[in-house]
Write a protein that binds this ligand. Structure first.
Ligand SMILES: O=c1ccn([C@@H]2O[C@H](COP(=O)(O)O)[C@@H](O)[C@H]2O)c(=O)[nH]1
Length: 307
């Protein structure tokens, strides 16, 4: 789905945030783990089942508060094919609950390989005369530092299937400046990447003024966020780094346009693991996640006025 659809879901829920689904077994409440291990064994099958039950519970608890979820592929890949099956089920279940799904895959490769990734995550895979949906994400994250040609197959898949993509521009991690803030010619590398992303989406702007080519810009770098918002007026932002990485509501306000649109802020651990801070045994994980998501929504709402 395009960013028009995402923006509409954000406006409906009055909440520009996305809940990350990055589960590790040690972050899952004991009662869920014990049941999964009892039924599927203590190996990868049991771990994958626990992740599925946890995700389903989180989606049930959050689906009327947040407009979107962002499963990060690494947490599913680490469990092998069983984990990837849970990723697929999680995407489909989130859709059933009306959520926009951002698959955080951060792929990037030469064009022919990028095409294969785009088939798997956005367009579907052609076998004989039929095209089969694989991971039916609405949107993916991409690493475009190999160059714009590596993004083109994804852009074509987005255009043909009304989907969207976020390209890494200024990442939230502490070392992101080592390369991204190096000056190259008249601008810094992250600014050059920002210009490339903005240019790639030119002419494809939707109802809210945003193209299907979005940018990842970390909450931990508010100065760069401000700079990029001004530099990239038609680019929707995915802003990770809120909460566990130290980004605040005050920091992320700069990602939004004057109408309070054009950005979505991610939190994974601070929502998913909120139960670990309630002093309970994890039976309250849904209430805790919901309360954390509402607190985040309200904190950002104090800075960002929508509509
Ligand atoms: O620059 C980036 C790009 C992606 N991420 C991803 O976002 C979440 C953040 O998780 P928290 O638990 O809220 O810190 C995670 O999936 C990262 O892979 C990012 O953090 N920074």
């Amino acid at each position: 789905m395009s960013f028009d659809v995402l923006q509409e879901k954000i406006l409906e829920k009055h909440n520009p945030t996305v809940a990350g689904l990055d589960p590790k077994p040690e972050q899952i409440p004991a009662h869920i783990l014990e049941a999964a291990y009892r039924d599927y064994g203590t190996g990868l099958a049991g771990a994958a089942e626990a992740v599925w039950q946890f995700n389903r519970g989180l989606i049930d608890a959050l689906c009327d508060v947040v407009p979107a979820v962002k499963p990060q592929a690494a947490y599913y890949e680490r469990l092998g094919w069983r984990g990837m099956e849970v990723m697929e089920r999680t995407i489909d279940y989130a859709h059933e609950k009306g959520l926009f799904v951002i698959a955080d895959i951060k792929r990037g490769d030469i064009g022919s390989t990028a095409q294969a990734y785009a088939d798997g995550w956005l367009a579907g895979t052609k076998v004989g005369e039929e095209t089969y949906k694989v991971f039916d994400a609405d949107c993916v994250t991409l690493n475009g530092y190999m160059g714009s040609d590596t993004l083109k197959p994804f852009l074509d898949a987005c255009k043909a299937n009304d989907k969207s993509m976020f390209v890494l521009v200024k990442t939230s991690n502490p070392g992101s400046g080592e390369l991204q803030n190096v000056t190259a010619g008249e601008s810094m590398i992250y600014q050059r990447m920002g210009d490339m992303v903005e240019t790639l989406g030119q002419g494809l702007e939707g109802k809210y003024g945003y193209s299907p080519v979005g940018a990842v810009t970390g909450a931990t770098w508010p100065q760069e966020l401000k700079d990029l918002r001004a530099r990239m007026p038609h680019t929707f932002f995915l802003v990770p780094g809120y909460g566990a990485q130290g980004g605040t509501a005050e920091d992320v306000q700069y990602a939004f346009d004057k109408k309070g649109c054009g950005a979505i802020v991610n939190a994974s651990r601070s929502i998913m693991c909120a139960w670990q801070k309630t002093g309970g045994d994890g039976h309250d994980f849904q209430d805790a996640a919901r309360a954390a998501a509402e607190t985040m929504r309200d904190a950002i709402g104090a800075y960002v006025k929508m509509g």
